[in-house]
Ligand binder design. Structure first.
Ligand code: SAH
Ligand code: SF4
Ligand code: F3S
Length: 449
């Protein structure tokens, strides 16, 4: 048997992207080829998400698609990630062609598990926990971008919001030791990465078991200490996501004020604009608390872009309660908003509540909210016209080969015409035009870093 090739498809959040990078690192180190093509690979691994029902269904649709599309020899199909962790054995029944199920804690054991399946074991399953001794390792070639690296700092969630499956699919919060994170960021900087994104279900709940790496840094919380520590590596840009409102300390804003390389963008999901619904969601914050947090963000020295998530149609949400969400959105002036229709997840406490909001009503609320956000966002985006912003040039624009694209420090997509030699560099661009979801600008020249 020659070298086997593996193709990994990733669904879901950045944590899954990071896990794919981790699995690919292991597989290549252990003698597998990684392939971009689902048409020819010997093995296809689907790294899955179960945040909403639709996300979960995608996996099973994809499995049957692979089976029908493939001409000739069928690949060995494996399921990794959140659906694997939650459904375990049941996946073999739902999709009999799946031969391998690798839970969220088993990413590092992917080679052994795959080896067993390739060796003839009919069904291989591992949904046990990640071992503390497993080193976090991603090789440069497996990173999703040549310029931006995801660096997980905390995995799992202890919050148990009543609608959410993540505490079940990712387990309890586990924070990486700061000294390991800092070493990784230093290495990334030496390798030429321009930006790191510290990622976690709730980054600001970061609480490592030991202080290592944080001793020299000030901060009201371990997370704000970590921000200062990561900033001190002099990596050009640091972003972080997602922040949990209840744990959002004003010292985070102070750290951003102190360090130019901590980017001026905060993603702070509010979920709803009504206190009864927030309580039923068990978010741990009221509307007033949230407004207090964003007041501190808006008082920063730099203009910090604020983005958020909303769930419409939570069980029992009345029209009047939904109106409160519209009101909050008007007040907050978010630079971006992800809107989701409530999706019932088995095992979560909210699944026991009667789902009183019809699908049509959810769609109506979704569209009303989207409409409002679009009109507010237009104004926010237009206010950037004439401003010079810093952008990390990530590649060619999807629309036109003549334009380059990248993200600003405030995490907006910005397109502009310039020499492709600039890809991978940070440049200054003057904003000339505002579109609904992006900005268009004119290069001012010069590498900023
Ligand atoms: N930890 C982050 C969110 C992670 S999940 C936080 O607490 O803010 C990403 C988003 O998916 C959530 O913010 C929420 O808006 C949405 N989401 C989670 N569960 C959902 C469900 N059952 N139905 C609809 N949207 C959901
Ligand atoms: Fe889910 Fe709430 Fe945890 Fe976010 S904080 S991952 S919404 S349980
Ligand atoms: Fe989805 Fe799991 Fe992330 S459910 S959003 S892939 S943590």
């Amino acid at each position: 048997m020659g070298r086997q090739s593996v193709h990994i498809e990733t669904f879901g959040c950045q944590m899954n992207v990071a896990d794919t990078e981790r699995a690919a690192t292991r597989l290549r180190a252990d003698g597998f080829d990684l392939s971009d093509s689902a048409d020819s690979a010997d093995v296809i691994l689907l790294n899955t998400c179960s945040i909403r029902e639709k996300a979960e269904q995608k996996v099973f649709q994809r499995v049957s698609e692979i089976k029908t599309e493939r001409v000739g020899r069928q690949p060995l199909i494996g399921v990794m990630g959140c659906v694997a962790q939650l459904e375990g054995e049941a996946i073999f029944k739902t999709s009999p062609s799946v031969r391998l199920v690798i839970g969220t804690g088993a990413t590092d054991r992917v080679t052994d598990l795959l080896g067993r399946a390739l060796g003839g074991e009919r069904r291989v399953l591992d949904i046990s926990e990640r071992k503390a001794s497993e080193a976090y390792e991603i090789s440069r070639v497996e990173r999703h971008s040549d310029h931006i690296a995801f660096v997980p700092i905390i995995e799992g969630c202890n919050k148990f919001c009543t609608y959410c499956i993540v505490p079940f699919s990712r387990g309890r919060e586990r924070s990486r030791v700061a000294s390991d994170i800092i070493e990784e960021v230093k290495r990334l900087r030496e390798e030429g990465f321009k930006e790191v994104q510290l990622i976690g279900q709730n980054v600001n709940s970061y609480r490592p078991k030991v202080e290592n790496g944080l001793e020299r840094f000030e901060g009201a919380t371990p997370f704000s200490k970590l921000l200062r520590a990561v900033a001190s590596t002099k990596i050009p840009r640091v972003k972080f996501t997602t922040s949990f409102p209840r744990d959002f300390h004003a010292d985070i804003v102070k750290a951003i004020d102190e360090h130019e390389n901590l980017c001026n963008w905060v993603h702070l999901p509010v979920q709803a604009g009504n206190d009864r619904i927030l309580r039923a969601m068990r978010r741990g914050h009221k509307v007033k608390d949230y407004l207090g947090k964003i007041a501190s963000i808006k008082s920063a020295r730099r203009r910090i872009a604020l983005t958020s998530d909303i769930i419409v149609g939570f069980p029992g949400e009345t029209s009047a309660e939904f109106e409160d969400t519209l009101k909050l959105i008007r007040e907050c002036q978010f630079h971006g908003l992800y809107i989701f229709k409530y999706s019932e997840r088995r095992r979560t406490p909210a699944a026991k509540l009667p789902d009183t909001v019809s699908e049509d009503e959810k769609t109506f609320r979704f569209l009303a909210l989207e409409d409002l956000q679009m009109s507010l966002q237009r104004e926010v985006f237009q206010s950037y016209i004439g401003e010079a912003v810093e952008v990390l040039v990530e590649g060619y624009s999807a629309r036109s080969r003549d334009d380059l694209t990248g993200h600003t420090t405030c995490n907006k997509v910005l397109n502009f015409r310039a020499d492709p030699d600039l890809i991978g560099r940070i440049v200054k661009v003057k904003v000339r035009e505002a579109k609904t979801h992006s900005l268009y600008g004119e290069i001012l020249g010069g590498d900023c870093v």
